[in-house]
Design a protein around this ligand. Structure first.
Ligand code: ATP
Ligand code: MG
Length: 332
């Protein structure tokens, strides 16, 4: 079974619909056919200030959402990044394998640091893609199922892995991104040319899975569309309508051309109302499952501890080999 690895930040608590359609849904499917490792990346979350009590809650909430989406701890390894020291340990080695200029070209860093301002931008935010390199290489992952926005970070991982292998001998599997084209980038409903994002300044265009479905339905009904009338998939000229069609299609399995036919002669309002309904039907049982998981935090913690054990069995082997290759004297 080929190995896959991916992670999601516990920032802000709720996952949004882009996280689910772009990433988490693929993770659920892949646990059937792949040796799958999935983690809640709390180390990445603190690249931006987090309230400690909230971060702890958000981490459990993230795990609960992953389980409710269909991850099964019997069929995949689900864990919390900070539970394994190996991530930061390999992260340091990878920092020393990455060029400053190379890291400076990461577009997510440019975007996020612009939002934080010079004083608010931490060195952690700058090196977070390098920690991600370590996250992936530790597990010798062949594929990394992510949304389009993460493609550049997986490319960086490939470059660093190849560089390390060339310098020290073959140590790491060189991974490739696994991106589902149709749902690779779900857009903000108010700003349909920007990706739906956890760290967006405004939550108005973001569909948070843990919101009251009534709030989300309202967001769908007030989604920004263009001034035309025809319901047609045309990302260039009709980004808002196209985004709604993609979301509808992803949740129902009805193809986009079929939807265009179904909505022929109808106005945008009809599409918005229907997507709101489709989403509500999907999210209501999902949300109830999450709330059930949260009722028993001790059980969640036990489950994550078992996941960390399974992850460590793989990560510790890679770290030991890396340290040896680099020339660190083994502890007696
Ligand atoms: P932030 O904006 O703070 O980075 P995020 O919304 O990107 O948060 P992450 O936890 O960084 O959330 O991403 C988790 C996964 O979701 C990644 O694989 C990412 O590529 C994917 N993803 C995030 N946003 C979208 C989106 N709008 N469409 C499709 N996939 C997405
Ligand atoms: Mg992100």
């Amino acid at each position: 079974r080929p190995r896959v690895l991916s992670g999601i930040q516990p920032t802000s608590g709720s996952f949004h619909l882009g996280n689910y359609l772009g990433a988490v849904r693929q993770w659920v499917a892949l646990q059937e056919s792949h040796d799958a490792f999935y983690m809640v990346v709390d180390l990445h979350a603190i690249t931006i200030p987090q309230d400690p009590a909230r971060l702890r809650e958000s981490t459990r909430l993230a795990a609960a959402q992953l389980l409710s989406a269909g991850l099964d701890p019997e069929r995949c390894t689900l864990f919390v990044q900070s539970h394994l020291a190996e991530h930061t340990q390999l992260g340091w080695v990878m920092n020393c394998m990455t060029g400053f200029g190379e890291a400076s070209r990461m577009t997510q860093f440019k975007d996020k640091s612009a939002k934080q301002g010079a004083e608010g931008t931490t060195v952690g935010l700058f090196t977070y893609p390098v920690l991600q390199v370590a996250d992936i290489l530790l597990y010798q992952a062949e594929q990394v199922p992510v949304g389009e926005d993460q493609r550049q970070h997986v490319e960086l991982t490939r470059d660093v892995a190849e560089r390390f292998n060339a310098r020290y001998g073959h140590t790491f599997t060189v991974p490739r991104p696994r991106i589902v084209r149709e749902t690779a980038k779900i857009y903000d409903l108010q700003e349909p040319t920007a990706k739906m994002s956890k760290s967006a300044a405004s939550a108005k265009g973001r569909i948070d899975l843990m919101d009251d479905p009534k709030v989300s339905a309202k967001k769908f009904r007030s989604a920004v569309t263009d001034t035309g009338t025809e319901v047609r998939h045309d990302p260039e000229n009709k980004p808002g309508v196209s985004n709604l069609l993609v979301i509808h299609s992803a949740l129902t399995g009805i193809t986009v051309p079929e939807l265009e036919e179904k909505f022929a002669g109808q106005l945008y309002g009809a599409l918005k109302t229907e997507v709101a309904g489709v989403f509500t039907d999907w999210v209501t049982p999902f949300r109830n499952r999450v709330l059930e998981y949260l009722d028993d935090p001790a059980e969640l913690d036990r489950l994550l501890a078992r996941g960390a054990e399974k992850a460590r069995a793989v990560a510790s082997v890679t770290l030991r080999e890396t340290y040896d290759r680099v020339g660190f004297l083994p502890p007696a």
